[in-house]
Design a protein around this ligand. Structure first.
Ligand SMILES: *Cc1c(COP(=O)(O)O)cnc(C)c1O
Length: 519
């Protein structure tokens, strides 16, 4: 992190018209500049009174600390204000619509939080004897049952800790199956469409696969003929997202699955977009062999800023034997947690393990609470509402923004391109930054890569018609300003955020992650 002086220097606003400049780096209204916690307070201040320690003889010898510890010294109200002020510089689904496409930023019901904090779930330790956590294991079993039933799959690995981690798990199961068939060495290629999320080719590359890209059709979907042209005895798997990252259901998914299987390869489905089809379609029936489910997207749980995540993987009958430990086996009607590969039985050939323990217990509880409180009909309703909301946004904006694949019904996310911006000298980035001034987190931009200057909007089922109308009105207002020739003010947006245009490339390449005391 930069210290305040550096930050202020680096974020000096470009000169713009009007008084907006005054807002940056200074208090205006209730938007306060907030230094780092180490830059405020005084060493001698503390929020708590501790008794003087008894005289003790140090046994640290030469290792005893000689310099000051350098802890921040704040009173309780100072510390509280610091963090509350910081929280006000943040954006959250609990503040307003969070239209980030592909991320499924939906409401996390407070009931889910309450359940996750029940002492029997929240206060247990992964090394506790199993006999003391039977209820927690049963909860994991019930979640597993729901996830397998809803996806029509045979087995599950609960433990992966993110979507990308789930991809790795699923692809390792595929590799184990190929190894068992004696084809692990010869099937060295993974196919991925050009619209794929970056984690798909990255996962395949981590496992040493060569990646071949399948170009998108003009309508944004994958052509089975293009897949067939790439298939052969060297192909291990295809990694396909459905609905795809353009927000479209792949109409030829079953023909693709058949072709992949006929060529002896596996079908990995990126299930991050399950929010559109849960309760409507069982991916197992489409021919999927392995698929991760982003619990933090589809089944609530707050996420963002890097975590937490949970990416259980469901597996077909062919891949089921290779599921990693730990897994749950039913014995005499009771769930038993199998934690060691050595405890595997006939037919179980776990490829290893993905995590030290059992994964994200709190997220399992939230996901199961979400499923149980919605019920089968409620889950279907949620998917339908997510799709309806995306189309409502699409219909509300289609006359002022441009759609890359024509005026087509979408699934859970609506995609636009930058053709409505370009003639006016405004980029997708400029437009996104201007949304911040209007009180919205920007939508996903420049993804998927197959759409020029993409603007990907996913409202989710959480939003009311009133919230969607407000969002649409705001977006229409911005497009009107674009067309009125206000490009200059877009170029310098946001004007009302605590930070303005940052050097994001430099921040990513040369991050300053540690505060160092001055001098
Ligand atoms: C979010 C997402 C992923 C990766 O999931 P993480 O939990 O962020 O690792 C993969 N594919 C798609 C389509 C996604 O939207």
């Amino acid at each position: 992190m930069l210290n305040t002086a550096e930050r202020t220097r680096e974020t000096q606003p470009a000169p713009v018209s009007g008084e907006d400049v005054e807002a940056v780096g200074k208090a205006r209204g209730i938007r306060n500049e907030e230094p780092l916690i180490f830059e405020i307070g005084r060493a001698e201040v503390s929020g708590v009174d501790l008794p003087e320690p008894e005289t003790v003889t140090s046994r640290l010898g030469g290792l005893a600390r000689k310099a000051e510890l350098g802890l921040p010294g704040l009173s309780e109200p100072e510390a509280l204000r610091h963090y509350v002020r910081l929280s006000k510089q943040n954006y959250a689904i609990d503040i307003n619509t969070y239209p980030l496409g592909s991320c499924t930023m939906k409401h996390n019901a407070r009931l889910n939080e309450k359940m996750a904090r029940l002492p029997g779930f929240g206060d247990i330790h992964p090394l506790q004897p199993l006999s003391t956590v039977e209820g927690a294991v049963e909860m994991m079993q019930e979640l597993s049952h729901w996830l397998m039933a809803l996806t029509g799959m045979e087995a599950i690995a609960l433990s992966p800790k993110a979507g990308a981690h789930g991809e790795l798990c699923g692809m390792m199961a595929i590799k184990a199956a190929l190894d068992a068939r004696g084809e692990g060495e010869t099937r060295t290629t993974v196919l991925a469409p050009a619209s794929a999320h970056g984690t798909n080719p990255a996962t395949a590359a981590v496992l040493g696969y060569r990646i071949e890209t399948i170009p998108a059709r003009a309508d944004g979907t994958v052509d089975p003929e293009a897949v067939k042209a790439k298939l052969g005895p060297h192909v291990a798997a295809i990694m396909l997202t459905n609905p795809n990252t353009c927000g479209l259901f792949e109409p030829d998914i079953m023909a693709i699955a058949d072709a992949v299987h006929a060529a002896g390869a596996f079908f990995y489905c990126d299930g991050a977009n399950l929010n559109a089809i849960l309760g409507k379609v069982r991916p197992g029936e489409l021919g999927v062999d392995a698929m991760h489910i982003n619990l933090h997207k589809t089944l609530s749980t707050p996420h963002g800023g890097g975590g937490p995540g949970s990416g259980p993987v469901v597996l077909s009958a062919t891949l089921a034997p290779y599921a990693p430990v730990p897994f749950i086996r039913m014995e005499a009607g009771a769930p038993v947690l199998v934690e060691e590969a050595a405890h595997a039985r006939d037919g179980e050939q776990p490829f290893g393990r993905m995590t030290a323990f059992h994964g994200q217990m709190g997220m399992y509880v939230r996901a199961l609470t979400y499923l149980l409180s919605h019920g089968e009909d409620g889950i279907r309703h949620a998917s339908e509402t997510a799709v309806l909301n995306a189309n409502y946004v699409r219909a509300g904006l289609r006359d002022v923004m441009t759609q890359p694949f024509g005026d087509k019904i979408c699934m859970h996310e609506a995609i636009f391109d930058d053709r409505f911006l370009e003639p006016h000298g405004v980029s997708t980035l400029d437009f996104a930054k201007a949304m911040i001034d209007e009180g919205y987190h920007p939508m996903t931009m420049y993804f998927p890569l197959v759409v020029h200057g993409a603007l990907l909007i996913e409202p989710t089922e959480s939003e009311s018609k009133e919230a969607l109308d407000r969002f649409i009105a705001t977006m229409r207002g911005l497009t009107a300003r674009v067309k009125a020739g206000e490009a200059a003010s877009f170029k310098t947006a946001p004007h009302f955020a605590p930070r303005r245009r940052l050097d994001e490339t430099r921040a990513a390449r040369q991050p300053k992650l540690r505060w160092k005391p001055a001098g």
